[in-house]
Design a binder for this molecule. Structure first.
Ligand code: SAM
Ligand code: SF4
Ligand code: SF4
Length: 340
């Protein structure tokens, strides 16, 4: 197992398969225009699978497909089959769900083990404002199709923003309970792409727990001993319903972070907040052997010192991480390119 300077293992790889998206969530893609990665730079399925195989040989046990919107990538189940053949412990995907209804069965059949669907609101009119889309019903149909296809339990990701959807915490918990899903509330993060971020809009884990305790009574933490590097802390309501909170903004978990990210053009980032990534596409396309790639990856991970979210905590007058010009200068800084 390869470990970094804080003894954190290289355990998990998030693979962005496209930087394109069919939503425009205001916390991720608030602008009118974007600079896209050049088509010729996008890794083929075979290239992604080859890199994934090298990562797995170095100890990665968790792969997660993401984007942009991963289901916009044509024929995704074929990539899932290639990755499933690597026999990795956990093969998952994060999606906005718009195209899930049609693809859930094929993805499950191809070996995808888990699905997380982003669902910020139960109100169609709110989604129109929050994500500039009137396809709320498609997301709900996608969740139902995922359940019918055999994905269980489904996770739901909700980015909580003050004054936007923070009045829906208990509605989302109730919805998840009925759907046999588990909701994970995510604190609004000042990542690249979130150009409208401000500290006032963040609802902290602590505030969420206080509000939920008022409604439901005492809330107990659930031990995460089986997966100490999981980003979500899990909690249990008095009636046994569980939910998670990802407190990346107010209580980051860099100390146990085993995650890295591969963009659709083969740039490898060791941290969500990292300024620069490592180009794996160039060596891949110019004849590097698996051993060469493994050496490159090992050298970078062993030197890793990143603690991006913890470092942001000490920034006085914290605002958006990047202004739009800086994002346009390098679209790999965007959350929708890095994959979340
Ligand atoms: N498009 C897919 C989706 O939305 O599920 C996958 C990619 S998206 C970048 C992955 C996750 O990042 C989503 O759950 C999204 O809510 C989260 N995300 C994006 N911007 C965020 C922000 N500023 N703060 C917190 N989470 C964010
Ligand atoms: Fe929303 Fe995901 Fe698209 Fe970002 S990548 S705009 S979070 S659907
Ligand atoms: Fe890991 Fe970087 Fe996120 Fe910290 S900020 S949890 S080091 S990816």
């Amino acid at each position: 197992m390869v470990r970094d300077t804080f003894a954190r293992p290289l355990g998990s790889l998030r693979i962005s398969v496209t930087d394109r998206c069919n939503l425009r969530c205001r916390y991720c893609m608030p602008e009118e225009h974007y600079v896209w990665l050049p088509k010729a730079s996008i890794l083929t399925f075979e290239e992604i699978a080859r890199l994934a195989r090298v990562f797995v040989s170095l100890g990665v046990t968790k792969l997660r497909l993401t984007g942009g919107e991963p289901l916009l990538r044509h024929d995704l189940p074929t990539l899932v089959s290639l990755l499933s053949a690597l026999d990795v412990g956990d093969l998952a995907m994060t999606t906005n769900g718009l195209l899930l209804e049609k693809q859930a069965e094929a993805l499950h059949g191809a070996g995808l083990q888990r699905v997380t669907v982003s669902l910020d609101t139960l109100r169609a009119e709110r989604m129109r404002e929050l994500a500039r889309s009137d396809r709320h019903a498609d997301v709900l149909a996608g969740i139902a199709a995922a359940r019918a296809a055999g994905f269980a339990p489904i996770k739901l990701n909700t980015v909580v923003i003050r004054g936007v959807n923070d009045d829906e915490l208990s509605d989302l918990i109730e919805f998840a309970r009925v759907e046999g899903a588990e909701v994970r509330f995510i604190e609004y993060m000042d990542v690249g792409g979130a150009t409208g971020w401000s500290a006032e809009q963040v609802v902290s884990q602590r505030e969420m727990l206080e509000r939920l305790a008022e409604r439901y009574g005492p809330i107990a933490p659930v031990s995460s001993a089986d997966d100490p590097s999981a980003p979500a802390e899990r909690f249990r309501l008095p009636d046994g319903t569980t939910f998670g909170i990802i407190a990346s903004t107010t209580a980051p978990f860099c100390r146990s972070c085993d995650r890295s990210r591969l963009t659709a053009d083969g740039t490898w980032f060791l941290c969500l907040y990292a300024e620069q990534g490592i180009d794996l596409r160039e060596p891949l396309r110019s004849g590097a052997s698996d051993e060469d790639l493994a050496r490159l990856i090992t050298a970078a991970w062993t030197a890793r010192t990143d603690r991006g979210a913890e470092e942001r905590l000490s920034v006085a007058q914290r605002g958006a991480l990047y202004k739009i010009d800086a994002l346009r200068a390098d679209p790999r800084r965007e959350m929708h390119t890095r994959g979340g």
